[in-house]
Design a protein around this ligand. Structure first.
Ligand SMILES: O=C(O)C[C@H](Nc1ncnc2c1ncn2[C@@H]1O[C@H](COP(=O)(O)O)[C@@H](O)[C@H]1O)C(=O)O
Length: 647
């Protein structure tokens, strides 16, 4: 940053006197000098650079709960001081009689800041710090600080002087996708890496030459013999990492990445006599973007079909299984986080399966487009004739937004699962040797769902940036898309990692039916809703108000509900039906919805029924065949029948 600001200062000073037309609104306006305009940027940047250097980089070490009571157990004296420090800091009062000890802990933070800023440590401390009796401890603290500083200097030195140790590896990669998580996302590498881009450029250039050889008017490129064709196909099929490195070496000279591919192919084909005669027809009548847009389209198409969809489908199927296996497991709903009309665990899972399958279908329906005449369709892409020098990238925005919607639904799922695990509705299968918390040995944390949620956030940030940026290009083109498109692998990579983590989490789940049931047993108030509906049906006055009086803020149980129902002026049959209701059985069509989830999800491009038709089928089957068993909801069924008749 400093180098950049200095370069701007030089530019400003060297051109201080060079007069220049201003252009407010892009129109001629009162003149300035080139140097002055540069100086404006130098000063603006230096202000912000200073602001960055002044941000207090903070740390936490030891807290009021957990750490503090642990100290209380054995080091009560120190714990007392600790506590007074915490309280004092909270109040913002630094003067006090309790001396240096608490301040010493407090001093840790400025030490960190000053080490990072490479300044001499200076302490924001109360005057009491300098009392004679505290002086010794202060110098001890300084000693420790200077030791830490020397460690830090060593680290800085290593990174500057010993760069060989920091060659790219799984430990030095700046992106966790390329380091820590490589094993989980590497399937994307053949498509989404620079290797993948070069491979698809090679493929497009070769296919274009082949296409030219088939166009009768292009007499300069005659039909290739079988041998020549298979030679060219062999360059695609046998494309290796060494080939890609060769292209990169050529690029070092050309400083043009697409031209490097053309030169690579010309070199490779010199040995094939037929093709050697038409080398100049590689990249014939093309701009780089003619090759690039098709390469990018193929990268996306192949990566999504071969890597993303299989994992997305596995995830949706896992949710369907979870839905069907638990179709009948009643569960308390929690609208607004409060006990509400029950559902089943399976039904809640089926909602996610269906929502995800809809977005997965939307992704599969996005037309992946290319510019470059009808040659595009021969590559299995859609032709977009209305373009500038570049394909407009609008389909990419549509595609990435579709992924964002899929990912958002999965975030919703991850958070719900986090909550259900917290409520102990699920246990997680543990593995010998694995650790939940570094300090609280009892814990089994929902780390897979947390990892999934975190990566989905990152994925969506990347994908939304791509969607916002890519459709914008000045006039007939600017090159900003070139570098941005190199990041498509990030958005898809974080998505893929998140899908795999969610799958891993689902694989560890064990439903805790006892806990789910226990919750329902303590929530008889949720029956207030159906009872008041039946009361309305039979004209009992003020039904809602009576139930409110019985239930709101009160402890309601089996007995009090029973007593209430018995006291109602209702036909005996209606009463009997209501008496059969329990929080477990009042689950409506939840069981049926969950059982039919396979019909509702749509993994194959719109060929299966959508959820709307499934609901319709329920109504039809309900009317035609009242013997359909809605396990646990027979009473609700008769209640529903009453309502249907009443309407
Ligand atoms: O066919 C052409 O080249 C037409 C040309 N426009 C370009 N179209 C596509 N690529 C171009 C263009 N210009 C440069 N480059 C090369 O793109 C590379 C950009 O590198 P990076 O920013 O790292 O993605 C980097 O290798 C650049 O050399 C035009 O003048 O309109």
């Amino acid at each position: 940053m400093d180098k950049l600001i200095k370069a701007l200062c030089t530019l400003a000073k060297d051109n201080a006197h060079v007069s220049m037309l201003s252009r407010t609104h892009g129109q001629p306006a009162s003149p300035t000098t080139l140097g002055k305009e540069m100086s404006v940027f130098a000063v603006r940047l230096s202000r912000e650079r200073q602001a960055i250097s002044q941000v207090e980089i903070m740390g936490k070490f030891a807290g009021a709960v957990g750490n503090y009571p642990q100290f209380c157990l054995f080091y009560a004296g120190y714990a007392k001081i600790w506590c007074s420090r915490t309280l004092r800091e909270t109040k913002g009062a630094y003067e006090g009689k309790d001396g240096f000890e608490w301040q010493q802990v407090h001093l840790y933070q400025p030490c960190v800041i000053n080490l990072i800023n490479k300044k001499t440590p200076s302490f924001r401390t109360p005057t009491s710090l300098y009392h004679h009796q505290q002086q010794q401890r202060f110098s001890n603290a300084c000693f420790q600080i200077s030791r830490r500083e020397s460690v830090l200097k060593k680290v800085v030195k290593m990174s500057k002087d010993d760069s060989r140790e920091y060659e790219l590896s799984s430990l030095t990669a700046l992106s966790p996708l390329d380091g820590r998580y490589w094993g989980k996302v590497k399937d994307l590498a053949p498509y989404m890496s620079e290797y993948g881009l070069i491979y698809f450029r090679v493929l497009v250039e070769i296919k274009w030459l082949l296409k030219l050889s088939q166009i009768p008017e292009v007499t300069e490129v005659p039909n290739f013999s079988e041998e020549a064709q298979s030679f060219l196909q062999g360059l695609i099929d046998g494309f290796s990492m060494d080939d890609a490195l060769e292209v990169k070496n050529i690029e070092k000279v050309t400083n043009h990445d697409v031209k490097a591919v053309e030169y690579f192919l010309k070199q490779k084909c010199q040995s094939q006599p037929e093709i050697a005669k038409v080398l100049e027809f590689f990249h014939f009548a093309c701009t780089s973007e003619d090759i690039n847009n098709l390469a990018h389209a193929l990268m996306l198409k192949e990566a999504i079909n071969n890597v993303m969809f299989p994992v997305m489908d596995k995830l949706i199927k896992a949710l369907c299984t979870l839905a069907k296996d638990n179709a009948h497991v009643s569960m308390l709903s929690r609208t607004h986080g409060q006990p509400a009309s029950p559902t089943t665990l399976g039904k809640e899972m089926s909602v996610f399966a269906v929502r995800l399958s809809r977005e997965r279908q939307a992704i599969s329906q996005v037309e992946i487009m290319g510019k470059f005449a009808e040659f595009v369709t021969s590559l299995g892409l859609s032709f977009n004739p209305y373009v500038t020098q570049i394909e407009t990238h609008d389909y990419m925005a549509t595609l990435f937004y579709a992924f964002i919607r899929f990912n958002n639904i999965l975030i919703d799922f991850d958070r719900d699962l986090w909550g259900y695990i917290s409520l102990a509705y699920f246990k997680q299968i543990t593995k010998a040797g694995e650790i939940g918390s570094s300090t609280m040995p009892h814990k089994v944390n929902p780390i897979d769902f947390e990892n999934s949620e975190g990566n989905l956030g990152k994925a969506n940030e990347d994908l939304s940036f791509l969607s916002m940026k890519l459709p914008i290009s000045r006039w007939q083109r600017d090159l900003t898309d070139s570098t941005v498109l190199r990041n498509m692998g990030g958005g898809l990579g974080h998505s893929l990692l998140a899908y795999k983590s969610a799958l891993q989490g689902i694989g560890k789940l064990q439903v805790n039916e006892a806990r789910l049931s226990d919750d329902l047993n303590h929530a008889w108030e949720v029956l207030a809703e159906p009872i008041q509906t039946v009361m309305r049906r039979y004209g009992v006055p003020e039904p809602y108000e009576k139930l409110k009086e019985l239930t709101r803020g009160k402890t309601v149980n089996n007995e009090s509900i029973r007593e209430f129902i018995l006291g109602l002026e209702l036909p005996e049959e209606a009463k009997a039906n209501l008496l059969k209701l329990t929080p477990h059985s009042y689950v409506g069509a939840a069981v049926e919805l969950a059982r039919n989830v396979d019909a509702a999800v749509n993994l194959v491009n719109g060929k299966k029924e959508m959820i709307g038709s499934v609901s319709f089928r329920f109504v039809v089957s309900f009317k035609c065949d009242p013997s359909v068993t809605w396990k646990g909801s027979a009473v609700f069924r008769s209640l529903l029948l009453e309502l249907v008749i009443a309407n």
